[in-house]
Write a protein that binds this ligand. Structure first.
Ligand SMILES: *[C@@H]1O[C@H](CO)[C@@H](O)[C@H](O)[C@H]1NC(C)=O
Ligand SMILES: *[C@@H]1O[C@H](CO)[C@@H](O)[C@H](O)[C@H]1NC(C)=O
Length: 298
């Protein structure tokens, strides 16, 4: 298979996605229906009547917002445009997390870089308080030039991370083999822009250049199809309650990668993955985590 063929297919797919995302934009709900700004002393701002959300970071603090609802399984899409230019030391996040001890968490973190050097997309999955499941990627586009869609699909069979609908990572539910999987703790969605110059860029070698502050990240077009858990603990999977603009569609609950999805996943992992805990033999010299080994049932 020539690489021309596969890159042609990717561009066709991107074209289709572009058309799809402009339709979505037409029905975009306001972020203030689903989210509240929770910290940053005014550095986080709803703009254009809530259609756009800006987070800002300067030498005093960063900022962040979170969902009003908590969810137990769902598919969440967010369009994000990252800090341009010299973003070294900055970290932009979009993640799900439960509260309290032994928490569950599903992370997208974007680690900034010097102008012209690539962002690193860092992903992780925590279940019952245990993470250490990092995979990192470079992207096949400049994430500061335009908005791109970052998605988490989380259902009872697996978690899939997607970038512009292209799967980049899959974490399967292998609870039956004793591997903890997030399945019973409701999670909220969080975002933030903060300073992590001690470790973010080339392991902390490159610090934030504060003369370029404030740094800004933009979010828009949230789309959520999910089971919402109310404060009394009752779960409702009517997708219309997950975000105001979602069409009622529960196909996400059984969605998994088809053979085309598997192919894209392999393409990304082969060409853009820069770190995989599963192949970090030095780190796990006493044996790799069990989910990194082949499933016995397949
Ligand atoms: C933070 O930045 C402002 C504006 O550039 C500057 O006036 C101030 O001295 C800085 N504060 C610190 C603690 O560096
Ligand atoms: C920054 O750029 C360097 C050099 O290309 C690259 O090795 C690194 O993965 C990039 N990302 C971060 C967060 O350091």
């Amino acid at each position: 298979m020539s690489s021309f063929c596969s890159s042609f297919r990717v561009s066709m797919m991107l074209l289709v996605l572009l058309l799809a995302s402009s339709l979505m934009a037409a029905s975009a709900a306001n972020l203030d229906q689903d989210f509240v700004i929770t910290w940053g002393d005014g550095r986080g701002k709803m703009l254009n009547n809530g259609q756009l959300l800006m987070l800002s970071l300067d030498n005093v603090t960063g900022s962040g917002f979170e969902s009003k609802n908590q969810y137990l399984f769902g598919k969440f899409d967010m369009q994000i445009k990252l800090v341009p230019g010299n973003s070294a030391g900055t970290v932009t996040t979009f993640y799900l997390s439960s509260q309290g001890d032994n928490h569950d968490e599903i992370d997208f973190e974007f680690l900034g870089n010097l102008s012209g050097d690539p962002y690193t997309l860092h992903t992780n999955v925590f279940s019952q308080g245990k993470g250490n499941r990092e995979q990192q990627f470079h992207l096949w586009f400049d994430p500061t030039k335009d908005f791109h869609t970052y998605s988490v699909l989380w259902n009872s069979q697996q978690i899939i991370f997607m970038v512009d609908n292209i799967p980049i990572r899959e974490f399967k539910n292998r609870a039956s083999e004793g591997i903890p999987y997030p399945y019973n703790q409701p999670m909220k969605i969080y975002t933030s822009l903060w300073d992590a110059e001690q470790w973010a860029t080339r392991g902390g070698l490159i610090k934030t250049n504060w003369t370029e502050a404030p740094f800004n990240t933009y979010y828009r077009n949230f789309n959520g199809k999910a089971c919402v858990v109310s404060s009394s603990g009752v779960s409702s999977c009517d997708s219309r309650t997950a975000s105001a603009n979602a069409v009622s569609d529960n196909s996400w609950q059984t969605q998994q990668l088809d053979s085309k999805g598997q192919k894209y996943l392999r393409w990304v992992q082969k060409n853009y993955m820069i770190y995989n805990y599963c192949t970090d033999y030095k780190r796990f010299s006493n044996g790799r985590p069990r989910e990194c080994r082949r499933s016995k049932s397949h």
